[in-house]
Design a protein around this ligand. Structure first.
Ligand code: ADP
Ligand code: MG
Length: 335
């Protein structure tokens, strides 16, 4: 049996809410509330869900940029919780992140060459000549010119800036990269180019990705597996193929409806969600989705549905996972 490269075990991150003077209990934002998954080496897991459901927090927990309230992250089967000093530094070198917004994630005062060289300097890798050569090589790998090293971020387009962010993320030959909405701040015409680049780099270097996105359309092209999050928890988890062709959770069905093309057949039924997700400081009891679910029954307000197999290898947290109408099928959707 192959070990997962990255594994999350019951991860939680609760932020204390600074309550008013008279508040009786210290309320908490349950940003991530018991999330487990594993990512095989060389594959891409997409983490999908609406804004505020805990995707970025999960990504940061994996990289240990923030400490979990409870739960653990394993790399190659070893818990990050138990690492310190050199061992932790070595583990951290294996993991990088590409942020959503290349405007704010690249320091405008530094040249692109300095930005890309920074992780190598931080880890004390190579002398100046070697680092400079590596920067030129990295620029070429991400589709930029070696001569771009002397320019500053504001001299580039959004797409080019994101290429710089990607060059920085692969500089240390890390094996695992968190892609936090890597294309959502870019023009649609540029998004596909960046996704192509990420896919090429993955194939070339055998990278493993956690792709964070609020858009199932974007992940379909990239993901091997999909985990759908709602209010800090995973509500559906399985292979991209199974989930895209037959979602078992009504929330996933709704996300898919949002990316359906123009209606072409009568059988298609869209599920449109109304309103915003509830506040993660006071999630609805039992099934957290019940306040927005068109199929809600009494049991949904009383008993939390466990995340369990709806089909082999396909988990869904819905009391009626077997009965959710299968309206969406691959052939009906536009590319
Ligand atoms: P997503 O990336 O899915 O949009 P986030 O992980 O950024 O969601 O946030 C999940 C929830 O946690 C949100 O309600 C957000 O406001 C809250 N949150 C995130 N970071 C913090 C923080 N540092 N302090 C307090 N609350 C936070
Ligand atoms: Mg986010």
């Amino acid at each position: 049996m192959s070990t997962a490269l990255i594994e999350a075990r019951d991860l939680k991150k609760h932020y204390p809410l600074s309550g008013g003077l008279f508040s009786r209990s210290a309320r908490q934002v349950r940003a991530v509330d018991g999330v487990s998954f594993s990512i095989e080496a060389g594959s891409t897991l997409a983490l999908v869900g609406e804004s505020g459901c805990g995707k970025s927090t999960t990504g940061r927990l994996l990289l240990r940029l923030i400490e979990p309230t409870s739960g653990e992250v394993l790399i190659d089967g070893h818990s990050l919780n138990e690492m310190a000093g050199r061992q932790l530094r070595r583990a951290r070198r294996q993991m990088q992140i590409v942020f959503q917004d290349p405007f704010s994630s690249l320091n405008p005062r530094h040249s692109v060459g300095e930005i890309i060289a920074w992780p190598m300097r931080l880890h004390g890798l190579g002398n100046e000549t070697a680092i400079r050569a590596r920067v030129r090589e990295l620029l070429k790998l991400v589709g930029l010119q070696p001569g771009h090293a002397d320019r500053h971020p504001h001299q580039f387009s959004g797409g080019q800036r994101q290429r710089v962010g990607i060059a920085r993320a692969i500089a240390l030959e890390s094996r695992f990269i968190v892609l936090d909405e890597p294309t959502s701040s870019l023009d649609v015409s540029v998004q596909a180019q960046i996704l192509n680049l990420l896919q090429e780099l993955k194939n070339q270097f055998g990278l493993t990705y956690l792709l964070i996105s609020h858009n199932l359309g974007v992940v379909e092209y990239m993901a091997n597996d999909i985990a759908v999050m709602y209010l800090g928890q995973i509500v559906e988890y399985g292979s991209a193929e199974t989930i895209m062709s037959g979602p078992r959770h009504p929330y996933t069905h709704a996300l898919l409806s949002a990316v359906l093309g123009p209606v072409t057949g009568e059988r298609r039924k869209r599920l449109i969600l109304h309103g915003d997700p509830p506040n993660p400081a006071s999630p609805p009891p039992a099934c957290r989705f019940h306040t927005r679910c068109p199929y809600v029954q009494d049991i949904c307000r009383e008993t939390p549905p466990p995340l369990e197999a709806a089909d082999p290898g396909h988990l869904a947290a819905c009391h009626f996972a077997d009965q959710i109408p299968q309206y969406v099928s691959r052939g009906e959707r536009n590319p």
